[in-house]
Design a binder for this molecule. Structure first.
Ligand code: SF4
Length: 377
């Protein structure tokens, strides 16, 4: 089969690895562009959120490059995520494309359906081979998460602007090419060394720390969030996302419970699931506040109900936990310059708060800032 799929951060090389390992041709998507989004938006219903539009544009590109199959995974209500796979399929069929659609529900929610879909990808391979491929892919994903976290730590300290992003791109390419378990392990060592070699300024004061929370696609796909991690890093801010793919796979795909830590924290404020990562976003704000972060950026596709619900609780959380939160709603009209301006103002405000707290002696920045990760892996 010639299989295309949506682009979502570092999931892309993992999907390619799985497909090629199982003997399929991967029609690997390139990073989405404004053109991809414009094409998706043209055929998507107006109410659809931006991840839907970007992914639709990516499918169109894949089908035009010769894909005969589309592979996708989807959430499970109560927000619109549960409907999006079927909606994508119908829109593309109405446009005249002929393709097989392999759509994965979370395996523990609909195990039989998941099994049937996986069987299509399995082809003539044994189940043992499929399991080995998945295990290998998970190992690679874990290293990619680690590399992302390293880049997020190094970037605010880099001496030459852009050097971390270049190093990360090089490290990603090395990881991308690694196909066997042994190659992945060697590539991981090489990739870590590249990021460790980025020249940093050790005299720089402890950088501001910001947690990134919100809907999964706009967190993980840099095109969808205007390369916000790089923007913040180059403003001297260390970021840590609430979602990394290996952790997400562990908590949300291979388990029905989700990230219990965040959900438990959210309970007094939002006692039920509202779809997407809405409840997690509430808990994640508290988690970052308890970890001594300087602020939180909430990323939300415009009209995303789960994040709108979370946003309605933000003022209370911000006040009770003393942490500033910036919410960025994103749609196809949003521009990079507007995002940059709002981030600059937010960073200025956090820097002033930090120096005020230091001068009042209520903050010891050497001990109050946390460890380097809250990875949920
Ligand atoms: S979580 Fe938000 S952005 Fe994602 S499908 Fe649901 S409503 Fe849309």
């Amino acid at each position: 089969m010639k299989v295309a799929f949506g682009h979502m951060g570092t999931l892309t090389p993992i999907m390619e690895l799985i497909l090629e390992d199982l003997g399929h041709q991967s029609i690997t998507p390139t990073r989405p562009t404004r053109q991809t989004l414009a094409r998706g938006a043209k055929y998507a219903p107006e109410f659809a959120c931006i991840p839907f539009k970007i992914v639709l544009g990516t499918y169109l590109e894949g089908l035009e490059r010769g894909a005969d199959t589309l592979a996708s995974g989807g959430g499970y209500g109560p927000c619109r995520a549960g409907l999006y796979g079927e909606l994508h399929r119908r829109i593309l069929k109405d446009l005249g494309y002929n393709f097989e659609f392999i759509f994965f529900w979370p395996p523990l929610k609909k195990p039989l359906h998941f099994y049937r879909q996986l069987k299509k990808l399995k082809g003539n391979n044994s189940w043992l081979k499929v399991m080995r491929t998945i295990k290998k892919a998970y190992g690679k994903l874990t290293i990619l998460d680690e590399l992302e976290m390293m880049a997020q730590q190094v970037r605010p300290l880099e001496i030459k602007k852009g050097s971390t992003s270049r190093a990360f791109a090089e490290a990603l390419q090395i990881m991308w090419k690694a196909k066997t378990t042994a190659e992945i392990a060697t590539a991981g060592e090489e990739a870590r060394a590249i990021l460790k070699d980025v020249p940093i300024d050790p005299a720089r004061p402890s950088p501001l720390k910001v947690g990134i929370i919100g809907e999964i696609y706009v967190q993980l796909e840099p095109f969808a969030n205007f390369y916000l991690e790089e923007m913040l890093g180059q403003m001297g801010v260390e970021v840590r996302r609430s979602i990394y793919l290996a952790g997400y796979t562990h908590h949300d795909v291979l388990s029905t419970k989700g990230d219990k830590g965040s959900r438990r924290l959210a309970m007094p404020y939002l006692g039920q699931k509202v779809g997407g990562h809405g409840q997690n976003s509430v808990g994640d704000i508290i988690r970052y506040a308890k970890m001594g972060y300087d602020g939180v950026v909430q990323l939300a596709p415009f009209s995303c109900i789960p994040e709108i619900v979370a946003k309605s609780i933000v003022p209370r959380l911000s006040k009770e936990y003393g942490i500033p939160v910036l919410t960025l709603f994103i749609d196809e009209q949003t521009g990079a310059t507007g995002v940059q301006t709002r981030l600059e103002a937010f960073v200025d405000m956090m820097a002033q708060r930090r120096s005020r707290d230091l001068s009042l002696g209520v903050l010891n920045h050497k001990t109050s800032f946390f460890p380097r990760a809250i990875s949920k892996a």
